[in-house]
Design a protein. Structure first.
Lengths: 367, 256
């Protein structure tokens, strides 16, 4: 089992330059500590216009800062929006390669397509075609990283032959993932040989079913890159405290705050009728299912908050379902004071981490 | 925490519809044809339109809807409404700003039973091959002329309708007081189409939203549905955040 941090970078109103800077600095301080404590990953989302919920619109800059102050922790784009109105694929290839070089080969590249009208409408992107453009982008990226020269003519973008520079430090290229929120995306991940970057806290039973299907399908995949990245990651809240009651109370406060902010987002499905967005595809509904007043005991048990013993039980359950990595959200709207976030990380590393042996990444060379 | 609305409906209770009770019976409304256009609006133009208890949708948007109800307890009628996209706590809602019904009887019942801010007027629903259009005239003046252009079939499951909230005076705990009332129709889809919204005329003041300006169109739909106007299940304090001020009036329907 691997452990990571997952950043949306949530900033409460009223916004001041100092407040945004403070929250960013808090995040960097957490990442530095997590690196020293032996956490494996730090992921950062790409979101735009999502007031209070996420002020992380330039994750590559945040992750570069993370890489510069750490030694071992791997840095993950979680995710790069693969929609042409958001990001040109050439720029994605160039920026990720640069970050891989600067981090000394510690980059993971998560991919996705955005789920909110707030963002898609903001960029005047067509929700009907985001899955198609994502598919095109993830097939091009490895070639752009690996080939000396690259030319392309597709439905969503094209380019004449050029040399895309720089090339990633990792060879053949950084591991690739896809964000899995909408039902069925785990199949898309498996079929392309991509890691499944789960952003939901769905119940144990549902997760087990998804993981089983992912493992089955990926055995027959045709990887878009040079290797299969067979890994399943999930997201969770983390608040670890010596006293179980205190830990659970603060963890619930964190979860409820995060969920309340998430429910304020306008999902694409809410306003734009499209077969491309059949489900909310968003964190809110799934996360609310796990932490809201109607959450089953089983779902609540899966949350990584409470005392170390309780968290160990939760993590062991996820491990038994086949989860390779859990990425933790540490704060939302700064409801957890920074010193308590830091103490929680230290206690987790001291009391919980030793119970989970690390496995090497499943990196299988493609034929 | 998220932004809140700024409208204090308790300051002008005389302008609100008044319900005799919260026990209105449900209406079954079969084979209704619903034209709905969603359009973004500048946030600054929605100031003062949303009750203090609710959160604004970000970005701000409105739903312009013109519906042909072919059958109801007061006969067939057309209804046009303007709803402001919002949140009641964690739930997406459309706050009713204004409405026009094509018959006096429908207007009276909708106002008195569910608290719709509705007046009688001329409401037309017109289907052509290249468009579905709705026009509304009140006191001799056109206040809405809109259309769904180039409708294309989609699945009913692609369409999501948001529940409504109305502001009205209603008796609760022995006292008639201003309340927010949740109106949550059900829908069974027979046909659904999607297209581009077009608005030729929109008189914001006639919809009780003088400052409102339409900006970027999102999408338009036209659906044939069996729907209803159900019994009132939830009312909300108009001042308190809804997670503190919501009251359940009766249990949910058996099929929910």
């Amino acid at each position: 089992m691997k452990f990571g941090l997952f950043y949306e970078i949530s900033i409460p109103r009223p916004w001041t330059p100092e407040k945004e800077r403070t929250v960013y600095n808090n995040c960097l301080e957490q990442v530095k500590l997590a690196d020293e404590l032996g956490f494996d990953h730090v992921w950062a989302v790409e979101h735009h216009f999502l007031e209070e919920y996420s002020h992380c619109s330039a994750p590559e800059l945040f992750l570069t800062a993370c890489a510069m102050i750490t030694k071992n922790i791997q840095v993950g784009h979680g995710i790069v929006v693969c929609v042409p109105e958001f990001n040109h694929p050439i720029k994605i290839a160039e920026k990720t390669a640069t970050l891989d070089i600067l981090s000394g080969g510690r980059l993971h590249v998560g991919t996705g397509r955005s789920a909110t009208w707030t963002e898609l409408g903001g960029f005047r992107a067509n929700p009907d075609t985001t899955k198609k453009s994502w598919d095109e982008f993830v097939r091009c990226l490895p070639k752009m990283w690996m080939q000396e020269t690259f030319a392309y003519q597709g439905e969503f973008w094209s380019m004449p032959e050029r040399t895309i520079l720089p090339k990633p430090y990792q060879k053949p290229h950084p591991p690739m993932w896809v964000a899995v929120t909408s039902p069925g995306t785990e199949i898309d991940a498996a079929d392309r040989g991509l890691g499944s970057l789960g952003l939901s806290f769905a119940g144990f039973e549902e997760q087990e079913k998804k993981i089983r299907e992912y493992r089955r399908r990926i055995k027959q995949c045709e990887p878009v890159g040079a290797f299969v990245n067979e890994q399943v990651a999930t997201t969770n809240f983390l608040f670890c405290h010596e006293d179980e009651k205190t830990g659970v109370e603060m963890g619930k406060r964190l979860g409820n705050t995060f969920n309340y902010l998430a429910t304020q987002l306008i999902s694409t499905r809410e306003v734009y009728s499209s077969p491309s967005y059949q489900s909310l595809g968003l964190l809110p509904a799934l996360r609310r299912a796990a932490t809201g007043p109607d959450a089953s005991e089983q779902q609540t048990e899966g949350m990584a908050y409470g005392d170390p013993a309780r968290i160990i039980r939760a993590v062991k359950k996820w491990e038994s379902l086949g989860v390779d990595c859990i990425n933790f959200i540490l704060n939302a709207n700064e409801v957890v004071p920074q010193e308590q976030v830091m103490a929680s990380l230290k206690l987790f590393a001291k009391e919980v981490m030793p119970h989970f042996a690390k496995k090497p990444a499943a990196k299988v060379a493609a034929e | 925490m998220p932004l809140y609305g700024t409208l204090d409906i308790t300051q002008n209770t005389k302008a609100l519809p008044t319900l005799a009770n919260l026990d209105t019976e449900a209406w079954t409304l079969p084979k209704a044809e619903m034209l709905q256009l969603l359009i973004e609006v500048p946030r600054s133009t929605t100031d003062g339109l949303l009750p203090k208890a609710m959160h604004p949708a970000l970005p701000s948007y409105v739903a312009l809807a013109v519906t042909r109800y072919s059958d109801s307890p007061v006969g067939s009628f057309n209804l046009a409404v303007l709803r402001l996209g919002s949140r009641a706590g964690a739930h997406p809602r459309g706050f009713l700003l204004g409405a026009v019904a094509s018959s006096e009887a429908a207007a009276k019942e909708l106002k008195g039973r569910w608290g719709l801010p509705v007046e009688a007027g001329e409401v037309k629903f017109l289907r052509r091959h290249d468009r579905v259009s709705g026009t509304v005239r009140k006191t001799g003046k056109t206040i809405l002329d809109c259309a769904l252009i180039d409708p294309q079939p989609v699945a009913g499951s692609d369409v999501q309708y948001i529940n409504w909230v109305t502001a009205a005076n209603a008796p609760l705990d022995g006292q008639t007081q201003p309340l927010l009332i949740q109106v949550d129709p059900k829908y069974t889809f027979y046909k659904a189409e999607r297209g581009k919204p077009q608005v030729a005329t929109f008189d914001a003041a006639a919809w009780n939203a003088a400052s409102l300006q339409l900006a970027d169109p999102i999408v338009g739909t036209c659906c044939t549905v069996d729907t209803d106007l159900p019994r009132i299940r939830f009312v909300m304090d108009p001042i308190k955040p809804v997670f503190q001020g919501t009251r359940r009036i009766r249990e949910s329907r058996a099929d929910e």
